[in-house]
Design a protein around this ligand. Structure first.
Ligand code: XCC
Ligand code: SF4
Length: 625
């Protein structure tokens, strides 16, 4: 590696990360931070969104000297088209995950798999009733089959309306209809976005951005929402439980397996195989004390929420987990899995296993998971891990110590239960100003920013201001490591939040799941709005993604704003090359959908901006600021 040495202390706020970065340096392992250095400075055309590669008359890049591409598209059009395709990618990711869940539900209903089953029968019936499927006196599996069929229709546009449109407050539904952005079907909006952004179609930046909003709404209120609800039906609705977090969850004397990716359809099966007594006996035969399963990123969140499996780390910890030298095998499904994991693994004895045909990695072993063979394939994977244990070089093992305790498992169902069955205590607390507002903190890490600095500091600042924080995705691990996901963290909260969370026995920062589970936060906002008889944009709520990186995060942020939720980002998407698009995002959207984006890299300033918004919304509702 020819590049400059990294200044490790500046890269992450965590000791476990820094310890592993030093080890990576000693072991000659290249990480995401080394590669970022090689890629810096980034191309400024790409960064500001004014590079177009949509046809072979180009590629074109817009500058003062050349204000239009070969076809005549200007910076505004190009930026809007690029952003449109960006969020279409994110919507496709969440929603294809959702479709995979529906396929599992359908396979269970048709009896073509015995590897999966209905774990939450009550939820199946409740959701079926909600979307208009008759349940009385019917076989469970017949209802499941109808529900799967109903959900499949959300992907095309057979019905022209989403199953969960009824969850959206009436005022918001009207606003979307008036703007022409009511989503019709997930695949349809994505396909239309690809169509619109072909050369010679939608050449009006604002119009393209409206369709971007519609596409993302299909993600939030259909693709992601279906993924969440069906996962609960198949694997159980999460309820509060304890878990542990950071690299210290890896075990020196056990076979360590990491699950990484997003869909519980694979990771749940791996967990079952890990708990199989025959597998544990075999591991012991090979000299290990047992088999230890830990999660990374969102599939880690899914398993932690439902099963209490420990969380090894978030996005920027995925390479570093392997650098411990203690991981026998990492098994992945899709999304957010750095291709570099194959190379990092090959520096140790770590085997990488892929499971989905749509996410194969050169150099990894492919064990294809299908609906009918999950159990069998999971056992194969766990066997491979056990066999790798003998190859581990204990002299190269270094596991950071002391994992941190957390409480996880706050589905909306669980939150309601914690409040005695209704939202009233939360609403009363909001009215009384004890809980001044609610902020959903979501999303990723990005090596351009000090790892988890924004995530942790913003969460801390918000709870000090009596703002309840809900976390999902990779922010979860950050908040957990900072000790914010336990009831004792109320000591760090403002007096009102301390009183309310103390009385309910819940932490001031609540873990609500993975990135698709942001749909739970949407639903919670809708419930609050409906209860108060207002629109979502009237609520003292906000969203934030301080360290986001992915197309999916941009889709989430966009559906949040289009749903009426003011949304903070630590850095802008690649749109700054267009005044029209940037002004729309930072202000114009307020007039259209009652919410907009705000960009602020400093978490302390961001907390003040969010606080200001919450104050305004409280005052408008006639509450004390
Ligand atoms: Fe990926 Fe979902 Fe971001 Fe983490 S938070 S880096 S998208 S794993 Ni959703
Ligand atoms: Fe250039 Fe227009 Fe082709 Fe884009 S679509 S590459 S701006 S000619």
């Amino acid at each position: 590696m020819a590049e400059n040495k990294l200044n490790i202390d500046e890269l992450s706020i965590w000791d476990d990360a820094k310890q592993m970065l030093r080890k990576a340096e000693r072991d000659g392992v290249e990480t995401v931070w080394n590669r970022l250095q090689q890629q810096t400075p980034h191309c400024s055309f790409g960064e500001s969104g004014v590079c177009c590669r949509n046809c072979t008359m180009g590629p074109c890049r817009i500058s003062k000297k050349a204000p239009r591409g070969v076809c005549g598209a200007d910076a505004d059009v190009i930026v809007a088209r690029n952003f449109g395709r960006f969020i279409a990618g994110g919507t496709a990711g969440h929603s294809d995950h959702g479709r995979d869940c529906v396929e599992a539900l359908d396979a269970v209903a048709r009896g073509t798999t015995t590897d999966y089953s209905i774990k939450d029968e009550k939820k199946l019936l409740r959701i079926a009733e909600e979307v208009g499927i008759r349940t009385e006196g019917r076989e469970l599996l017949a209802v499941a089959k109808d529900l799967a069929a109903e959900f499949f229709e959300n992907f095309g546009s057979v019905k022209g309306a989403l199953s969960f449109i009824g969850r959206v407050p009436a005022k918001r539904q009207k606003l979307w209809a008036d703007l022409g952005i009511t989503p019709r079907g997930v695949d349809r909006e994505i396909a239309e976005m690809m169509h619109r952004t072909h050369m010679g179609c939608d050449n009006d930046a604002a119009n393209t951005m409206l369709h971007a909003a519609r596409t993302c709404l299909a993600d939030g209120w259909a693709g992601s929402m279906i993924a969440t609800e069906v996962s609960d039906i198949l694997f159980g609705t999460p309820s509060p439980r304890k878990a542990k977090v950071n690299l210290g969850v890896l075990k020196e004397d056990q076979v360590n397996i990491l699950v990484h990716g997003h869909n519980p359809i694979v990771s749940e099966k791996i967990m079952e195989a890990v708990n199989d007594p025959a597998m544990i006996a075999l591991a012991k035969e090979k000299g290990a004390a047992g088999i230890n399963l830990a999660g990374l990123c969102c599939t880690g969140n899914e398993l932690m929420m439902r099963q209490g499996i420990p969380m090894a780390g978030n996005h920027l910890m995925t390479e570093l987990a392997i650098v411990t030298g203690a991981v026998e095998l990492i098994v992945v499904d899709y999304q957010c899995i750095m291709p570099s994991l194959v190379q990092v693994g090959s520096c140790y004895h770590t085997k990488m296993v892929t499971t989905a045909d749509k996410a194969r990695f050169t150099g990894a072993e492919h064990v294809k998971f299908e609906m009918h063979n999950g159990t069998e394939q999971a056992k194969k994977v766990v066997l491979m891990a056990i066999e790798r244990y003998a190859l581990r070089d204990q002299a190269r093992v270094e596991i950071p110590h002391d994992p941190v305790d957390i409480v996880t498992g706050f589905s909306n169902e669980a939150l309601l239960q914690a409040m005695g069955g209704s939202l009233t205590p939360l609403i009363e607390a909001i009215k009384a100003g004890k809980v001044r507002g609610v902020v959903g903190m979501v999303g990723c890490n990005n090596p351009k920013y000090k790892h988890d600095y924004g995530n942790v500091n913003l969460a801390r600042e918000l709870i000090k201001k009596d703002i309840l924080v809900i976390v999902t995705g990779c922010v979860t691990t950050a908040a957990g490591k900072a000790g914010l996901l336990v009831p004792e963290a109320i000591e760090q909260a403002g007096p009102g939040l301390r009183e309310i969370c103390g009385a309910l026995g819940i932490p001031p920062v609540i873990h609500m799941g993975s990135c698709v589970d942001n749909a739970r936060i949407l639903q919670l906002c809708a419930l609050l709005a409906n209860e108060l008889g207002v629109d979502i944009s009237d609520l003292p709520v906000a969203a934030s993604s301080p360290e986001w990186y992915s197309e999916k995060a941009a889709a989430i942020a966009t559906y949040a704003v289009a749903s009426g939720i003011y949304t903070h980002l630590g850095h802008p998407p690649n749109i700054t090359g267009s005044k029209i698009v940037t002004n729309l995002a930072l202000a114009g959207l307020n007039d259209l959908v009652g919410a907009c984006f705000v960009v602020e890299p400093d978490p302390f300033k961001a907390a003040d901006l969010i606080d200001e918004r919450i104050k305004n919304k409280r005052t408008a509702l006639g509450l004390t600021a």
